[in-house]
Design a binder for this molecule. Structure first.
Ligand SMILES: Nc1nc2c(ncn2[C@@H]2O[C@H](COP(=O)(O)OP(=O)(O)O)[C@@H](O)[C@H]2O)c(=O)[nH]1
Ligand SMILES: [Mg+2]
Length: 366
């Protein structure tokens, strides 16, 4: 009883259907939590129960896609357009090493409708294997993997020619994060109207041509004049695209220019709110009326280069390998190489000295 009283408000509603009978494992779990058995015993037992659940039973459940992850529940959209508020089965979060992220495909058990207010709620029973995954870089370099987006097909890497000035080394990092996660990177050089002169623009074009020689496509855009917006629309149509790029480069403006009804700032506002609720990710998926989706990741400054070692990194720098790289690419390669965790890092404990060195001091934090 103490357990139920502990939950308040919203969570109580969600938990009520969760505990109401037909969900055997959770009922057992709720009862055992207050017994004298050790935590380990309960853990083993719930894993067994979950593992024993026949796959075909789960195959028959409704399928949906996670469009936003909150701290207590996730929004799951089914193909008929219904949005469900789903909690993750406790046993599921215990057996799966990875947390639920935006873009995950799931199977869920709809909870019984209690009344008009408590409906379209469910319990996620299974996360389907991910086709692609994008991870977030955290402090202490990439010592821990934090997936933030699953199953996206493309990453639109937005930079502005000036204001703020494009840093090609950071673009390289984003390209690698995309490609290593299975996403196709597309570069979007925005604010081309800020070019100082023809030479300035020509220099940027040389860089874009260099990327093209490595198979990476790019766009040049300008929101006030509409330059490149038709091409941008084509890139976004019919696919799921993650938006990447630093604040101020024009991501929201570009999306609003091709889809006037969509205001990504809404996502930014909700990210601020959810921060106080310890939400693990602020990524959010938006539908496009001309087909396809964009995923905005406000607050994510850097994507993680997860599981990239020196050898793998070299495959992203074929130009450095064959001696055709311009200086900025050589420098960029060196910088990324320096930032990679040491070989065998996953077996290392983070030592406090290393932690001190790498954690940004107050004067460098932004
Ligand atoms: N000159 C110029 N300014 C732009 C362009 N696109 C966006 N901006 C401006 O750049 C600023 C930041 O844009 P915003 O869309 O909020 O960037 P975000 O932080 O990447 O979403 C705003 O003041 C926009 O009006 C462009 O193509 N040219
Ligand atoms: Mg924005």
């Amino acid at each position: 009883m103490a357990g139920r009283n502990k939950k308040g408000g919203n969570q109580k509603d969600l938990t009520a259907s969760y505990l109401n009978g037909e969900m055997d494992e959770d009922r057992v779990d709720a009862e055992e939590r207050f017994g004298d058995k050790s935590k380990h015993y309960q853990r083993d037992k719930t894993i067994k129960t979950q593992a024993g659940r026949p796959d075909e039973e789960i195959d028959a459940l409704p399928a949906g896609e996670v469009i936003q992850v909150h701290s207590l529940y996730s929004d799951v959209l089914t193909s008929d357009g219904t949005q469900w508020r789903c909690v993750q089965r406790k046993t599921l979060s215990r057996i799966s090493a990875t947390q639920l992220v935006v873009g995950d495909f799931v199977r869920f058990s709809p909870s019984p409708e209690l009344n008009d207010l408590v409906k379209n709620e469910g319990v996620i029973e299974r996360i389907e294997p991910r086709r692609t995954v994008l991870t977030r870089a955290d402090s202490f370099k990439q010592l821990e993997s934090h997936p933030i987006v699953a199953n996206a097909e493309r990453m639109l890497i937005v930079a502005s020619l000036h204001l703020p000035e494009v840093k090609w080394g950071l673009i390289d990092r984003m390209v690698i994060a995309a490609e290593s996660g299975g996403l196709e990177p597309v570069l979007c050089l925005n604010k081309v109207d800020t070019a100082e002169d023809d030479e300035d623009l020509a220099a940027a074009q040389v860089v874009l041509d260099h990327y093209a020689s490595m198979g990476i496509t790019s766009l040049k855009t300008c929101v006030p004049t509409g330059l490149g917006l038709a091409e941008l629309r084509d890139v976004l149509t019919g696919r799921t695209t993650v938006l990447a790029g630093h604040s101020g480069v024009g991501k929201s403006s570009l999306i609003r220019a091709v889809e006037p009804t969509l205001d990504l700032r809404v996502g930014e506002i909700s990210a601020i709110h959810s921060k106080g609720m310890h939400t693990t990710t602020s990524a959010r998926k938006f539908p496009l009326t001309f087909g396809g989706h964009v995923i905005d990741t406000p607050g994510v400054k850097l994507f993680g280069l997860w599981q990239i070692n020196e050898e793998k990194l070299a495959t992203f720098f074929p130009d450095v390998e064959d001696g055709t790289a311009p200086d900025w690419r050589i420098e960029s390669h060196e910088r990324i190489l320096e930032s990679l965790p040491p070989a065998g890092y996953d077996e290392l404990k983070i030592d406090p000295d290393r932690r001190k060195k790498e954690s940004p001091g107050p004067e460098t934090a932004d």
